[in-house]
Write a protein that binds this ligand. Structure first.
Ligand code: SF4
Ligand code: SF4
Length: 355
């Protein structure tokens, strides 16, 4: 988004922390913080110096602040003959600070899921009240392949975010994707308008980041290929020899959206709480319905994960469900890697079929 006078601003590196300090006065800022054992996690900060801006990836994606792992989303109370329905409000005026482009992309994927066919009140309220500040990546993560998926290392989407920050030499290029993003940037002191030279520098950083990738996935024709190779042996062999059904892959995946709900009713029937928590297609009972379980084998569950992310998601939501963050393979205890499974199927794809 452009304003009347140009496209963005330049902020000196040292001034970024003062800007963040200013934001802390009005917002709950959730940013990347380095914890013991070298892990970076997103959590609420009260001191800008605790931010770890050159982090690689986090175990849990920042989606947690919009679509929490557990949440109460309906509360019904009866007293004096009256029934009151309360929908708990999420913490207002949140800023997701320094999230990576792939994770921003994942949030826009969740937008499609929770806003198109059915409107999810809790998700959309939290999403609306959360300002997103994206930090472009200067280098690839170890297991990341976002450049193959068109979701990184720099922001590729045109809307759905508020602020885009790019580290350049001793400064940050600050651009905005919404009016509230522009207003947020303008809270910084010592801003100056960006020039063509600043944008050229940004381009150089992007090229260098693109060149740092070591992991790739050729997505051309992949959804169609996976759709007609559902019985490929890679699913059975991998599932039977390595998959523990631990559900880690789905818990860390930033686009996984399945949940289960439970109603907790007090014995006196005066209070009901409806809660939801993330669920997983890798869990045996996930597909148990009246009359049986339609994914009772590990093979079927693993195939569901891989083909949903890289194939059937396209038909369902008009985009792929994988943003190439590399979390599922990083946190899989046996290192199961959906890109390797896809590549094995691609290798077995006969040359005749390729033509
Ligand atoms: S499938 Fe794996 S690599 Fe793709 S978005 Fe999910 S966690 Fe990231
Ligand atoms: S994280 Fe790995 S072992 Fe666990 S359910 Fe997923 S694929 Fe299976």
């Amino acid at each position: 988004m452009k304003d009347a006078q140009g496209e963005g601003y330049l902020l000196a590196r040292d001034d970024l922390f003062d800007w963040t300090d200013t934001l802390l006065r009005d917002f709950a800022v959730q940013g990347p913080v380095l914890k013991k054992k070298g892990q970076t996690v997103f959590e609420r900060i009260d001191d800008p110096s605790s931010l770890q801006l050159d982090y690689c990836s986090t175990m849990l994606a920042p989606r947690n602040f919009i679509y929490p792992q557990r949440q109460e989303f309906l509360h019904i109370q009866r007293s004096s003959g009256q029934t009151r329905v309360v929908t708990p409000a999420p913490a207002a005026r949140n800023i997701l600070f320094a999230i990576h482009p792939c994770d921003m992309h994942a949030i826009t994927v969740l937008d499609r899921i929770f806003s198109r066919d059915s409107w999810d009140f809790s998700y959309n309220k939290a999403r609306h009240e959360t300002i997103t500040v994206v930090l472009n990546c200067a280098k690839a993560c170890d297991q990341g392949f976002c450049s193959s998926m068109g979701t990184g290392p720099f922001l590729k989407i045109k809307d759905g975010y508020d602020v885009e920050i790019t580290p350049v030499d001793r400064a940050y290029v600050m651009e905005f994707g919404s009016r509230r993003g522009r207003d947020l940037i303008r809270k910084a002191a010592n801003l100056r308008r960006i020039t063509g030279a600043d944008l050229s520098q940004k381009k150089r950083v992007e090229k260098k980041a693109e060149a740092s990738f070591t992991k790739f996935l050729d997505t051309k024709g992949l959804p169609e290929l996976l759709a007609r190779t559902l019985n490929h042996s890679v699913y059975k062999v991998t599932a039977d020899t390595r998959c523990l059904n631990c559900t880690n892959c789905t818990m860390v995946c930033p686009t996984c959206y399945c949940y289960n709900t439970e109603d907790l009713t007090r014995f006196d029937l005066k209070q009901v709480e409806r809660k939801r928590h993330w669920d997983s297609c890798q869990e045996l009972n996930f597909a148990r319905v009246h009359g049986g379980n339609f994914r009772s084998s590990r093979e079927a569950r693993l195939r569901q994960f891989v083909t949903h992310k890289l194939c059937t998601w396209v038909e369902q939501y008009g985009c792929v469900g994988c943003i190439g963050c590399g979390r599922c393979m990083t946190w899989c205890p046996t290192g199961i890697d959906l890109t390797e499974m896809a590549k094995e199927i691609q290798r077995d794809w006969s040359p005749a079929e390729k033509r």
